[in-house]
Ligand binder design. Structure first.
Ligand code: FAD
Ligand code: NDP
Length: 641
């Protein structure tokens, strides 16, 4: 029986049956094809334009990287991932002057550059989410920082490590080819210079390339019949248009919405944060829902400086210890004291996404899934019950319940989202898993009814790849990367499936690194993984360069044998993630495509792309042991004269 706090218990089997029924409503034959990727759509590319770049100022700056230049370290991506690579290289002994950062964006921050929607905040405690707090001496203003603070922190990190003038912004890398004679990557990119100047094609050489392009950077919208007829204002949440709403990224006073009928499509993690802000200003807000998010309590509060000084950050090493405590708790390994102690820390079943100690034998998969459901049901029922406690209209409360386990979609935590549905100016338009029917000149059609809309917010998420769906680390960046044997990384992935050493490098692509998450240890705190892998790679390179006479021509490449041996380790542990089968569609399971796969080779390829099944703590221990061994086992280092 499911154990629901303060309510009548419901049989587990009935709930699991309900999960299946709800998932089946949402399965679609078009899968990933239901979306338009903005990056590759001529028709909709206007929705992906950068609203934030200060072209006038950037055009007057001396570019840190020009056509024909050569650089030692090219870091592609100026988010927390790219910054982690750059900082750890410097900490490992390399010079900031040897590094150049390139980003499509007009500034540092990555996710926090592009996303500036009202209500934006991190969902992992900022004390562990924001990297390098100790080194920068910064105290976040809130337990969960808001977007502008997160972006400013990226700038703070860049400044502290001398990277501010090392970044070429508004520049998208599209090709990289390995020159095996020169031992350099030849990178081609397009530098945009705003509406007043033409774009420039540039090419440069790099000894090492780091692809830190993120996984949630490519906005998508649903392919809705009649979209192009819609006459109302509209934008994607990752390119919020404050000219339309009023307000700005810091002051969410959206006074221009006062007389407007506003619609928002989507109820994922983004919408959960934006909806309460829109409801504060819209004359009427329609929330178009296909699948509800699970929304638990947040417990947002300002940072208490005394608590900060005495309890949170009292001594050197506090941030790593706190983050370690969090990731350990999330894999259900007991900790002496739960330091973060928030909603994540009681989401025991989230280990289904991130792994936990113990290998699941293939004949025990079914028991493993049952155990995950047992871990989940009590919490899931409590969170569903919460909608009845908070939302006054029982019909609406019922429709806001998430009928899937915590691992199928990112669980959300928010204090104001559910109460928003008690407001007279807010209507939940639930489509019972169908999604919208169409769009018209005037608005949106759902459940056969046309809703007139003045301003439509597309909170419809991201495509995890750009050009193709190979799933390779560079497909997320929309780059064609051709390695030593003339093979592109996408071709390699499509042919063989994923293959890496430690989730950071792949055979045939020397001196090229990426920060997982494929075949790496993962956790709910994304920056933990990014820092861990950046530290690992920086130390590999420092060690590799110490071993050669000439660092000029050094190459670091995983051998094919080591890649396969490591991939076998991944495969052995991949049964841990069996709980994803049967999940409601979403970007995590390629919109349910995995469930339909019957070809054993394709299933094997999917399994190769799993993260480290025993969880990030064990993964980190494995990396530490590998480094301590001192042999750089599995890597071929060349460069001696
Ligand atoms: P990003 O921050 O995505 O940065 C990648 C950068 O690479 C981008 O600026 C992009 O423009 C650039 N880029 C990509 N391709 C190219 C190319 N070809 N050429 C040049 N530049 C390129 N995670 C959490 O753990 N906790 C959270 O609370 C959290 N909140 C989130 C909120 C939102 C709205 C989103 C979208 C994601 C959130 N995430 C969260 C996940 C978040 O993406 C990561 O935490 C982290 O910021 C990723 O950093 P990154 O540097 O790897 O990628
Ligand atoms: P999601 O992919 O999570 O959500 C997209 C939403 O659009 C879903 O509700 C989806 O419904 C809906 N949708 C798609 N197509 C249609 C359609 N045709 N009709 C109606 N609805 C439709 O994107 P988000 O931007 O919300 O979040 C992406 C990720 O970014 C999160 O998983 C999280 O990792 C991260 N994030 C974290 C945040 C944080 O807490 N700090 C904040 C924001 C994002 P359906 O579910 O049925 O597909």
């Amino acid at each position: 029986m499911a154990n629901r706090e303060g309510g009548v218990a419901v049989p587990d089997a009935a709930i699991r049956q309900k999960y299946i029924e709800e998932r089946d409503k949402r399965k679609r034959p078009d899968g990933l094809g239901q979306f338009v990727k903005l990056a590759t759509s001529d028709k909709f590319k206007y929705l992906q334009e950068d609203p934030w770049a200060d072209h006038a100022a950037l055009n007057t700056q001396t570019p840190p990287l020009k056509d024909g230049d050569e650089v030692k370290f090219l870091v592609q991506g100026a988010g927390y991932g790219g910054l982690a690579f750059a900082v750890h290289l410097i900490e490992a002994g390399f010079k900031a002057t040897e590094i150049r950062v390139v980003d499509d964006a007009g500034g540092f921050g990555g996710t926090w550059y592009w996303n500036r929607y009202p209500g934006l905040m991190c969902d992992v405690e900022s004390y562990i989410y924001m990297p390098f707090l100790e080194e920068t001496g910064y105290m976040p203003r809130f337990k969960y920082s808001y977007g502008s603070e997160l972006r400013e922190h990226a700038e703070r990190i860049a400044k502290k490590w001398g990277l501010t003038d090392k970044a070429l912004f508004r520049t998208r890398c599209h090709h990289a080819t390995w020159d095996d004679v020169a031992k350099r990557w030849i990178v081609r990119a397009t530098e945009k210079r705003g509406p007043a100047e033409p774009s420039r094609e540039i090419q440069f050489k790099a000894q090492y390339v780091f692809v830190a392009s993120g996984i949630l950077t490519n906005p998508q919208i649903p392919r809705l019949p009649g979209f192009e007829k819609f006459q109302g204002e509209h934008f994607h949440t990752s390119r919020w248009n404050y000219d339309i709403t009023g307000g700005d990224p810091v002051d969410w006073t959206m006074a221009k919405l006062k007389n407007k009928s506003v619609g928002i499509i989507g109820t994922g993690a983004t919408a959960v944060q934006a909806v309460p802000q829109l409801a504060n200003w819209a004359k009427h807000l329609y929330v178009f829902q296909r699948t509800p998010s699970s929304v638990d309590e947040r417990g947002q509060r300002p940072t208490d400086p005394d608590e900060w000084a005495n309890k949170i950050a009292p001594k050197q090493g506090w941030q790593r210890a706190r983050s370690q405590n969090f990731i350990t708790k999330l894999t259900n390994v007991p900790v002496e004291e739960d330091l973060v102690n928030d909603g994540w820390c009681s989401t025991d079943s989230y280990c289904a996404v991130i792994g936990a100690p113990g290998i699941v034998p293939p004949d025990k998969v079914s028991e493993h899934i049952t155990r995950l459901h047992t871990l989940d049901l009590g919490r899931a029922e409590r969170v569903r019950h919460r909608t009845n406690d908070v939302v006054k209209d029982p019909f609406t409360a019922e429709r806001l319940k998430a009928w899937y386990p915590a691992w199928c979609k990112r669980p959300t935590f928010h204090d104001d989202y559910l109460p928003t549905f008690n407001r007279p100016n807010v209507t939940l338009v639930d489509t019972d898993g169908k999604g919208l029917d169409a769009m018209t000149e005037k608005g949106v059609v759902a459940n056969g009814t046309e809703y007139p809309i003045d301003v439509l917010v597309l909170s419809t998420g991201y495509s995890v790849t750009v050009e193709n769906d190979s799933g390779s680390p560079v497909s997320r960046a929309g780059m064609t990367v051709v390695g030593r044997d003339g093979l592109s990384m996408d071709e390699k992935w499509i042919r063989e499936g994923a293959g890496t050493l430690h989730g950071v490098t792949t055979h045939g692509f020397p001196n090229l690194f990426f920060p997982g998450p494929t075949q790496a240890g993962v956790t709910a705190n994304f920056t933990h993984t990014l820092s861990l892998l950046a530290f690992h790679v920086a130390n590999i390179l420092a060690d590799a360069e110490r071993r050669v006479d000439s660092t000029e021509r050094v190459t670091v490449e995983v051998t094919k044998a080591a890649e396969e041996a490591y991939t076998m380790q991944i495969l052995m542990r991949s049964t841990w993630f069996a709980g994803f089968a049967g999940c409601t569609p979403g970007y995590i399971n390629m919109e349910g495509a995995r469930d339909n796969e019957t070809d054993s080779q394709e299933l094997m390829k999917a399994a190769r792309a799993a993260p480290w099944g025993e969880g990030i703590v064990k993964f980190e221990e494995m990396l530490e042991a590998w480094r301590a061994d001192g042999k750089l086992e599995g890597l071929r280092i060349e460069g001696n004269c």
